[in-house]
Each structure stands twice: as structure tokens, then as C-alpha cells.
Design a binder for this molecule. Sequence first.
Ligand SMILES: Nc1nc2c(c(=O)[nH]1)N[C@H]1C(S)=C(S)[C@@H](COP(=O)(O)O)O[C@H]1N2
Ligand SMILES: [Mo]
Length: 199
Amino acid sequence: MSKLKDMHTPIFWAEGHPGPLSAEGWTVTVGGLVERPAALTYEAIRALPRSIADARLTSVTRWSVRGEWGGVRLSDLLDEVGLQDRAAHVQFVSYREIYTTCIPLEVALRERTLLAYEFDGERLDADYGGPVRAFCPYLWGYKSAKSVVGLNVLDRSVPGYWEVRGYPDDAQIQAGRVHDVNTHRWRHIPDGEVIEFLD
Ligand SMILES: Nc1nc2c(c(=O)[nH]1)N[C@H]1C(S)=C(S)[C@@H](COP(=O)(O)O)O[C@H]1N2
Ligand SMILES: [Mo]
């Protein structure tokens, strides 16, 4: 069990649950418009500076879960590989390469956008996108690709799994009611990013 599971956080695997995934041998390739393309093992990702983002993952299907997401800031990771001048978007590629999604570089570089491997101090299991997933609290949850095996820095946004099925590419969080997974209550959220606990 995990805290996310204890709270009954929904588990979304639109492309099908991959089954258990092991951190051992896990590699994230980083390519596209970078100076030094890399293949980072799970251990190499863990060796990068660890950051904690107290923030919410908020789904367009109107639920939201808050906790301390731990991982490496995407900005720190991208510093390691260096960006080329034309870099403008970051594409995440999930395990099996069926689920992809892109976020603007400007959002990728914000302090709470992570390549996350923990929630409230526990390692993420495959249900919740372990061993490493994108975590981007500034946009709807479909931008937070799970079980990431690739990052591609691009000069344009490539529509991903949900974007080709009609969800907006900008994924701006809209005001309204969401089910708060932590408290089992409905709460109102304002437009825009959902970062701190909102009353
Ligand atoms: N690979 C993959 N990543 C994914 C999804 C998915 O179906 N497959 N669903 C997305 C959506 S719509 C949301 S809201 C969050 C949900 O994260 P969770 O399943 O860990 O709660 O994951 C996102 N990342
Ligand atoms: Mo979602």
C-alpha cells in the first residue's frame, strides 16, 4: 500500500496498466534540442539534486490530490544536458511509448515541475507512475505523464495521447469544483495553477 492508494487516488492508465515496473535498469533518454543527449538511469536521476514540491495533481476529470512530491526539478535536469536555442517545448514519453504529452519550456522550467520519484517520502509504484513520472502542478494532470522513459526537447508542441483525443494542448486549469482526494470533500478551485492547499 501507499499513501496515494490509501487515499483512493484514482489510477489512470489510458494505454493499459503496464504491470509492476522496476527502478532497476530503468533509463530515461533525454534528446531533441539539447546540447548533450543523455540516457539517465534511475540511480543517475536520484543522484541529481532532490527537490520537494508541496503541490496538487489536479485532473480535468475533477479530482485533486495534494502532497509532497519529491524528485529532480526539470530545470535542474535540463541544465545537465543544456538547451539549444530553438528549444521551446518538452515532450514526455511514457513506458511503451503510447502515451506522450508536451509542456511549454517556460512551464517545464518552473520550480515545481519535477521528474518525480516520491510522494510524501514514499517511492512511486507503477500504479502512480513509478519509478519516475512527470509532475506539473501548473497544468491539468494529463500533462504529468507517468512512468517516463523519454524526454524530448522540441521546437513545437506535438499533440499527445489526450490532446489528439480532444483535450486542449494548453491544459489550463479551469475554475470549478474538484473532489479533494485528501479530505474526501468537494472544493472550489480558481483558474490557473493549483499549488498550495486551497481553502
Ligand atoms: N502514461 C500515462 N500517464 C498518465 C496518464 C495515463 O493514462 N497514462 N493519465 C494522466 C492523467 S489524465 C492524470 S489526471 C494523471 C493521474 O495520475 P495518477 O494515475 O497517478 O493518479 O496521470 C496522467 N499521466
Ligand atoms: Mo486526468
